[in-house]
Ligand binder design. Structure first.
Ligand SMILES: [Fe+2]
Length: 493
């Protein structure tokens, strides 16, 4: 039997009502959360930690935060101008809650906090550390320096409460320590989310798409504000984390390429999702194949080659898969196809690859070889990978997008170890922002002309000239850092 048709205006009204009631529910839970936050702050300030009132207040914040998380699937408390937002819904201010609002707002501001992200699995102990830090940190270290507080939180074992500075500070502090710390947190958080996602799927748990979305958004925000720090982090590799860091790196490179070809922020959010999730199908490939120490058999290779289409199926299995952009699913399917369609999966009919898929393929092509070199112990120089990608058309990368990647990384990518004409040895820190000087990056000197190690050595711009107009330093050749006892990943940021 067919359902009776509901007239459009009524449908719209019921949609508006549903949205309003969802917002109302966040406001209600958000207010409870804020009151609990305020009470915990106050009682921690007034009484010793063992005091009953403090303990009750900590129970209160722990419970209300968990409840909010259960209902919403996420918890972000953000400060913007004179308002507080919970998960993007502005909390309404009235006379009854004015004191609570303004106290929380002032405390967060004094510590230089623009947003607090609470992750699933937060422990009561983490709330205690965070709130105690807010109290002790605010009066003494008032100002916008968030990195000190972030460090203290990390030392205190807080991993599920993440802090971000207000957007205006992120811009103002471009290359500062604070900006680096924020970039690092965004990176680590994305690695953690990816790990949870992939490991969760292996254990039969369905992950939430909303969390992935939020992690990707912070990566995009960081690429737009603080690209150098974030790209530097792609060099740092840990063996265990490799599959997860690879996904995050591909996300970062994809978004950076997307930015260079003029995509909008919203498009970059979708592209970032495509980058982070491109290899999601690997969660369905047996671990003994993925982690094999010996070359794979032909049958095993075939199994690995199913990951693009397995990825699409796995993405549909995510909780809230409606949040995953369609183009991210397409990129999972197409990222190994190559521009001439000679890759895999094989296509029956000619097709036009999506630009997202081509971007993800380039990002993936750059990040994969170093990852392999790590497991197999064969050093692949980043500049050689780039050259191969540019010159070998059989690899099937879109040349314009490879160019965009070179613009991002410079001819000598971040982390390349170089010998200079001054006989100093340096590690590339960042590409020269002047595109006509891509062959003259900014380099950190790590070994002096007489062979002495310096740590931390100075940053030098190879484009700078002396009074006679000659370059002060030039690259003679690229070398393997290990020959000189230089671990390049230590110098990436
Ligand atoms: Fe892949």
């Amino acid at each position: 039997m067919t359902q009776p048709q509901v007239p459009a205006p009524q449908r719209r009204q019921s949609l508006v009502r549903a949205l309003e009631s969802a917002e109302g529910s966040i406001r209600e839970h958000g207010r409870d959360f804020l009151v609990a936050f305020y009470s915990a702050l106050r009682s921690l300030k007034l009484y010793p930690i063992e005091n009953d009132q403090v303990q009750r207040a900590l129970d209160g914040i722990f419970d209300t935060a968990n409840r909010l998380y259960e209902v919403e699937g996420e918890l972000e408390c953000r400060v913007s101008h004179e308002f507080l937002y919970i998960n993007s819904v502005r909390l309404r201010l009235n006379l009854g809650n004015y004191a609570t609002f303004s106290h929380v707002l002032t405390t967060l501001r004094q510590c230089g906090i623009g947003a607090v992200d609470v992750e699933e699995g937060v422990e009561r102990r983490e709330w205690q550390v965070f709130l105690s830090q807010l109290i002790t940190y605010a009066p003494r270290d008032a100002g916008p320096d968030l990195s000190g507080l972030c460090q203290r939180m990390t030392q205190g074992g807080v991993t599920h409460i993440l802090l971000r500075p207000p957007p205006e500070h992120e811009e103002a502090f471009g290359d500062s320590e604070e900006a680096k710390e924020v970039a690092k947190r965004a990176y680590e958080r994305s690695v953690a989310v990816t790990k949870e996602l992939i490991s969760g799927v292996r254990m039969g748990r369905t992950a939430s798409a909303k969390r992935i979305k939020r992690a990707v958004q912070s990566i995009v925000d960081q690429v737009l504000r603080n690209e150098v720090s974030l790209v530097g982090l792609t060099m740092v590799r840990g063996y265990d984390e490799q599959i997860f860091t690879h996904s995050v790196n591909v996300c970062i490179f994809s978004v950076s390429i997307g930015k260079r070809i003029g995509l909008t922020k919203l498009q970059l959010y979708d592209l970032g999702m495509a980058g982070l999730l491109h290899d999601f199908g690997k969660s369905r490939i047996p671990l003994e194949i993925l982690n094999s120490e010996v070359p794979l058999t032909a049958e095993q290779e075939e199994v690995v080659r199913t990951h693009p289409w397995q990825g699409v199926l796995a993405l549909f299995g995510l909780r809230g898969h409606g949040e995953i952009p369609y183009r991210a699913m397409v990129a999972s399917y197409e990222h190994h196809m190559k521009t001439d369609l000679s890759g895999f999966p094989k296509t029956m009919k000619p097709r036009q690859l999506s630009v997202f898929s081509k971007i993800v393929a380039v990002a993936n092509g750059y990040d994969v070889p170093p990852a392999r070199s790590f497991t197999k112990g064969v050093a692949v120089r980043p500049d050689e990978v780039l050259r191969e990608m540019r010159e070998n058309r059989d690899l099937g990368y879109d040349p314009t997008l490879v160019k965009a990647l070179i613009n991002l990384l410079g001819v000598y990518p971040v982390g390349t170890c170089v010998i200079l004409d001054t006989y100093e040895i340096g590690v590339v820190h960042s590409a020269n922002p002047d595109l006509s000087q891509l062959h003259r990056p900014v380099v950190r000197i790590v070994v002096t002309a007489d062979g002495g190690r310096i740590d931390p050595g100075p940053l030098v711009d190879l484009a700078s000239v002396d009074e006679t107009g000659n370059y002060q330093r030039s690259i003679i050749k690229v070398t393997d850092g290990m020959d000189y006892g230089v671990n390049t990943s230590e110098y990436s940021t």
